[in-house]
Design a protein. Structure first.
Length: 198
């Protein structure tokens, strides 16, 4: 597998079910909803793979004051949006882990440590991780998350990691896997399938 690039943040809180990371903006490649990421655990013996399900800009008293001011200059906006340390927090659901060359689509045995570096999962690794769709039940079972939207977004990300000719067949297979898992909820399944269509 390729060496990870594009550091996106550090772990601030974590559990075996997921982790929260913080990053300073601006960054050229901020995380996006539904994208895959990875972070080391077990002192580097494994990498937890997560799917980002929430991104938020933390409260900033100075920005609140400026938001109510009249006639902001471009310099003031630039200073606030580009030069100051504006904390962005993102949360990821653990959907598997890698131990050596072996990929497992289950909750990892241990969470990452605080301040561990979080990296995006490279496209070739996204493709490898999503060759089997055994991570789908972990997303569908996640409590209090926008799981339908998350599932659609991460499957679309997984499709983009493939050559163009393989994207539609992947989404069709993913739709079939979702149909098996959501056979008792046809309205929800219908919405999900609609979200996967081009």
């Amino acid at each position: 597998m390729a060496e990870p690039k594009g550091f996106i943040g550090r772990v601030t809180r974590c559990s075996t079910f997921g982790f929260v990371g913080a990053v300073r903006v601006p960054e050229p490649d901020l995380p996006s909803f539904g994208s895959f990421c990875q972070v080391e655990a077990q002192r580097g013996r494994s990498q937890v793979i997560g799917v980002i399900y929430d991104i938020s800009v933390e409260d900033d008293a100075f920005a609140r004051q400026l938001a109510t001011a009249e006639g902001l200059t471009q310099e003031q906006l630039q200073d606030t949006q580009a030069n100051r340390q504006v904390p962005v927090e993102f949360s990821a659901l653990a959907v598997g882990y890698r131990n050596g060359g072996e990929i497992r689509h289950t909750v990892p045995p241990q969470p990452p440590m605080t301040l561990a570096e979080i990296y995006p999962l490279e496209p070739e690794d996204v493709k490898l991780f999503t060759e089997r769709l055994d991570f789908l039940p972990l997303i569908l079972a996640a409590p209090q998350l926008p799981v339908d939207h998350l599932l659609t977004a991460c499957l679309r990300q997984a499709a983009l990691a493939r050559p163009e000719s393989a994207r539609r067949p992947f989404l069709v297979e993913a739709g079939r896997a979702c149909a098996r898992l959501l056979a008792g909820d046809l309205a929800r399944l219908n919405n999900l399938i609609r979200g996967l269509q081009p």
